[in-house]
Design a protein around this ligand. Sequence first.
Ligand SMILES: [Cu+2]
Length: 345
Amino acid sequence: MNTATRVGAFGAGVALTFGAAFGVGQLVGPIGEEPRPSHDAHGGDGDGGGDGAGHGGHEGPAAPGGLQISERGYTLVPPTEPLTAGERTDLTFRIEGPGGEPLTAYRTSHEKELHLIVVRRDLTGFQHVHPERGPDGTWSVPITLEGAGAYRMFADFLPEGEESGLTLGADLAVAGEHTPEPLPEPAATDTVDGYTVALAAEGPVRAGAEAALTLTVSRDGEPVTDLEPYLGAYGHLVALRAGDLGYLHVHPQGEPGDGVTPAGPGITFHTTVPSEGTYRLYLDFQHGGEVRTAEFTLRVGAADHDDPDHDDPDHDDPEHDDPEQDDAEHGTDTAHETDDAEHRH
Ligand SMILES: [Cu+2]
């Protein structure tokens, strides 16, 4: 299968080598029967975190979220109590607003006031949970962190009165010896609880360009066409950049009940990947009353702004012009292969 061949070739690349020669942009090719995503279908759904810049295409991609503990006057105050591996404990934290007071006014996004992601720094142990907020603004959620090591927590929320959301990040430490896991090589599919999820990108995924990723769910070889809405969507996708755990906002295309979005097997997402590098993707989807998470490693190539075939003005990105990257980009032009035609919008 063509897809498998390509993935194998990319697997030969070296992970975490920014600006180096492997900058191959594409994980897998488009899957034939999926409809082309419409950029028009991709309206603000209220959960964006500083993601506005990427959509107009004139200001370059927004920086990833989650890299700062304090941003735009909002500060994440992480738990102070020590965490113990394998022990269920209440993770307690708060968000302080611009005046230093605990934030108590939030806007709901994807049915929740705040989405909490916790992951170990080696990108294992991903959890997406929804804490409860007390009247004093303290958030709390029972959680078990299975292994020792350094973790990262991400609070994704939209304060009342703000136009765009925020993702604040903080470190958590779980005491004990641990051996970091190597990041799995890119693969076109992941299997979880008997479900197979296939990842396909529409054309090469490159830094600075909006990418459409479609995840297709099957079970026992049969497409799953009765996915259940989970938090207002058929799937939720989180992407974290390997190396610094930059957090990307990813928007599902369409929503349950809009008359056009099927309940599977394909779920399409849009995001603008801010840089080349390696990313870990986590898809939460619900079927049979249970939420499961499929995971993928995705390599993202350098921006192709000097590619004459890539002339879509909506994706013109003049500010993303890093001279240090030019050599790497020219060195990988052959890797762009045959898919440039498909990449036109
Ligand atoms: Cu959530």
